[in-house]
Design a protein around this ligand. Structure first.
Ligand code: PMP
Length: 367
């Protein structure tokens, strides 16, 4: 039987062990006589799932005590509105600084303009979003409300491999980071950020769960228009139970957190992710049949866009890949080409199988 490797950008591959455990527990969770889907979110059973998931995430990212972990709905795009609605209440006339590094930060900029003044401090549009603009080129606002970054651009394949220091230029503005597509893939120093957010459906679990990690002093600054269910202070005070949270998605995310701990945690995962990304980029750089256009210093370890030099072969590449069990390699429609998303749950063997296939396809096409 063909082994399947799923390179989707999200919703994306989950660890097989997690899916097996969820299947085994589907009809009767731990002798409760119920599926997790059927439980009251306020019952003792689900509360234990929720508490464990939050604690495991705190452990995995070493989240300091002065940050709240919020389990929300609304996804990454929802947060593009929810973030300004939560942070602009005290200084509604202040400016939000953005660094435009690709599609997702671009969408964030557009959405924030509905709620506040926006300054694009730097943009990589000119080079086709193939880098993060150098920090010394950023034109930050002297008293910005906050600085918004997308630290991994899922479509463009551009990743920050550094945490910029913005406080000196912005009078201490916090950094808000959209980490949807690389959270838990590498060690981070949470204390360098004011807010970290992300949809779960790439590196964590099923769609429907959105995670926000918010520093305590940033709670209680919401605009009056902010819906209560998205007001971080209200959500925090209610332990992410102000409204009904996405219970099943939280349960699966919790299983993924336990799986991550068994893998050795985020530090061990980061080493595996470096090995996978290196294997794929080294191959891409060694051939003139394919190309990745991102500057080496900013290449994403999670999302690897690449192009066949002869784009007339795209359809046959995808068909042959599918036949080999290598699924969902088509690039985002806005940029074309191919994209291999190699999140935590993608084993090294999956990337090996992809590179092997790409070599064979190139050879066969050269004949
Ligand atoms: N930000 C990033 C970095 C993303 O990759 C995505 C989804 N691909 C989003 C935001 C939007 O997420 P959602 O579809 O959950 O709204």
């Amino acid at each position: 039987m063909t082994v399947i490797y799923n390179f989707s950008a999200g919703p994306a591959v989950l660890p097989k062990e997690v899916l097996q455990q969820a299947a085994a527990e589907m009809l009767d969770w731990h002798g409760s006589g119920m599926s997790v889907m059927e439980m009251s979110h306020r019952g003792a059973e689900f509360m234990s799932i929720m508490d464990a998931a939050q604690q495991d995430l705190r452990d995995l990212l070493a989240i300091p005590a002065n940050y709240k972990i919020l389990f929300l709905q609304g996804g990454g795009l929802g947060e593009n509105a929810i973030v300004p609605m939560n942070l602009m209440g005290l200084r509604p006339d202040a400016t939000i600084d953005f660094v435009h590094t690709g599609s997702w930060s671009g969408k964030s900029i557009k959405e924030a303009q509905k709620y506040a003044k926006v300054n694009v401090a730097a943009s990589a549009a000119e080079n086709g979003f193939t880098s993060v603009p150098a920090r010394d080129s950023w034109k930050l606002t002297a008293d910005a409300a906050y600085v918004h970054l997308c630290t991994n651009e899922t479509i463009d394949g551009v990743e920050y491999h550094f945490v910029p220091d913005v406080a000196a230029d912005t009078n201490g503005a916090p950094i808000v980071a959209d980490m949807s597509s690389h959270i838990l893939s590498r060690e981070i120093d949470v204390s360098r950020y004011g807010v970290i957010f992300g949809g779960a459906q790439k590196n964590i679990g099923p769609a429907g769960l959105t995670i926000a990690i918010v520093r305590d002093d940033l709670l209680g600054q919401a605009l009056p228009c902010c819906p209560s269910a998205f007001d971080w202070k209200i959500v925090a005070e209610n332990g992410s139970m102000y409204n009904t949270p996405p219970t099943y998605a939280i349960y699966i995310a919790g299983l993924v957190f336990q799986w991550l701990k068994r893998q050795g945690g985020v530090a061990a995962m980061e080493q595996k992710n470096i090995a996978k990304a290196t294997l794929l980029y080294d191959y891409l750089d060694s051939t003139d049949f394919y190309e990745n256009r991102v500057e080496k210093a900013y290449r994403s370890r999670m999302n690897v866009p690449f192009y066949l030099k002869d784009e007339t072969l795209n359809a046959s590449f995808l068909a042959a890949a599918k036949e080999r069990g290598l699924l969902q390699l088509k690039g985002h429609k806005s940029v074309g080409g191919m994209r291999a998303s190699i999140y935590n749950a993608m084993p090294f063997e999956g990337v090996q199988a992809l590179v092997h296939f790409m070599q064979e396809f190139a050879q066969a096409s050269h004949k």
